[in-house]
Design a protein around this ligand. Structure first.
Ligand code: PBG
Length: 347
């Protein structure tokens, strides 16, 4: 026999056709047109949020060693990136500052400066590319000398005092033209407080994307290089970011954020937490986003650079996985690369 076993081998007595009874799942997979026809999920440019790192100066682009193909950009070059994003059809950018170390202090004062790097970037981008969505990060870590997202009292990260500063930070960003305030700090009550503060200041149309389930993760390493907090961070963030072991706690966080007025919720990191994305979307049905964080991005790049995986295929597959889990959109450093690839495919 061609299969290499003799006629009296037990394998030749197995009647595969009888077992199948005509139920052949592979029929739909045979041809490209059929696979396209039965495809359940798609990644589109409309799903992408592009995080940008902003740097002081003019015509400056600084590579980040742990994040291939990602650079910190001065405001003028960030405007050019925003123009590129708009041309590609990417709906929104998420801005993060690399704050000059001299401007960092115990209290993260620079976060409240209405003329800080992020505010200047917002104004410049809004003026040049008014139709792109601007998402700004609310948290103190890029501005504190100790690298924490909140105010420190000894070893304790103060909750309520930090929240009041975050409200101030959010209003300063809204004044600069931010469309979406994205608190990534994980203090309790900050979504409700920011909503109230924005409304009082007349910004009832400014949206809030809550980092709802943000875990104390090892995958943020390259980001901390990018914003310059890796070297300065004292201790870890486990008293405010979530324990990677927990699921039900994420449901409670989501319940609170939605009750406090979050327009959109987010899970972070992304790929190792797809079960959380699924659970939140399933249970609450609100716009749900995932952040494919720096470590995830850099792992895919590193493997591709070693020739171990195909970069574009792994990138597209990772993003499709978010859609399958129920994400409405993804914050990803791959955004411009995916958008270009999809544009080339005519989709
Ligand atoms: C901090 C913040 C972090 C990220 C976004 N905002 C890192 C941290 O919590 O230390 C990580 C994003 C990434 O890794 O891509 N407010």
């Amino acid at each position: 026999m061609t299969q290499g076993h003799s006629d009296d081998h037990p394998a030749s007595h197995v009647d595969v056709a009888r077992i199948l009874q005509g139920r052949r799942m592979r029929r739909n997979r045979r041809t490209d047109w059929s696979r396209r026809l039965v495809r359940e999920n798609r990644i589109s440019t409309d799903d992408l949020i592009w995080p940008l790192f902003i740097l002081e100066g003019q015509n400056q682009r600084h590579p980040i060693a742990s994040m291939p193909e990602v650079e910190r950009l001065s405001v003028d070059l960030a405007v050019a990136a925003a123009e590129r994003a708009a041309r590609l059809g990417i709906p929104a950018l998420a801005l993060f500052p690399y704050t000059d170390p001299d401007l960092r202090d115990e209290h993260g004062s620079e976060a409240l400066n209405a003329d800080n790097l992020i505010c200047r970037a917002c104004r410049a981008i809004k003026q040049a590319v008014p139709d792109i969505g601007l998402i700004t990060d609310v948290a103190l870590d890029p501005y504190t000398s100790h690298g924490h997202d909140g105010l420190l009292d000894g070893d304790e990260i103060l909750n309520d005092a930090t929240v009041r500063r975050l409200v101030h930070q959010a209003i300063v960003q809204a004044e600069a033209g931010s469309d979406v305030i994205a608190p990534s700090d994980m203090m309790d009550g900050r979504v409700g407080a920011i909503r109230e503060g924005l409304d009082h200041a007349g910004f009832h149309n400014v949206q809030i994307m809550a980092y709802t389930a943000k875990y104390a993760s090892a995958f943020y390493g390259p980001f901390r290089d990018a914003v310059g907090t890796n070297k300065t961070l004292r201790g870890d963030k486990r008293t405010y970011q979530m324990d990677p072991a927990n699921t039900l706690e994420a449901l409670r966080e989501a319940e609170l954020d939605i009750a406090e007025g979050a327009d959109m919720i987010m899970v972070k990191p992304g790929m190792p937490y797809l079960d959380i994305v699924f659970r939140l979307k399933d249970q609450f049905g609100v716009p749900t986003f995932a952040y494919q964080v720096s470590g995830e991005y850099s792992m895919i790049h590193a493997a591709a650079r070693n020739g171990w995986i195909d970069l574009d295929r792994a990138m597209l597959e990772s993003l499709l996985a978010f859609k399958r889990a129920g994400a409405d959109g993804i914050l990803t450093y791959f955004a411009p690369r995916v958008a270009e690839l999809l544009a080339g495919q005519g989709s």
